[in-house]
Design a protein around this ligand. Structure first.
Ligand SMILES: [Zn+2]
Length: 90
């Protein structure tokens, strides 16, 4: 009984991979493959390294071209539904 329960938990863990969409190129990847972007208290988009920042998050591929698109477009503002600027040291 207990073993069956354990097996089920393990199976669920393996199956459950959160998929997120890059707001820059639209690629779907597992959460761990993308950079999480969150807004800090001043409303500036920062790299949420440990996924600790509360609230809404957006995801982007960890490559220069996707980050460049974000800096030069309104995609971030659209994703967060407010005017968003990227941190200079993003
Ligand atoms: Zn991308």
């Amino acid at each position: 009984m207990l073993i069956a329960l354990k097996k089920r938990l393990m199976r669920n863990k393996r199956v459950h991979i959160p998929i997120r969409t890059c707001i820059s190129c639209g690629a779907k990847r597992s959460k761990g493959e993308l950079i999480r972007i969150a807004l800090n208290s001043r409303g500036v988009a920062v790299h949420d390294i440990n996924s600790k920042t509360k609230g809404r998050g957006a995801y982007v591929c960890p490559n220069a071209s996707c980050l460049e698109v974000l800096k030069n477009s309104k995609r971030l503002s659209r994703a967060f539904n407010t005017e968003v600027f990227m941190a200079n040291d993003f």
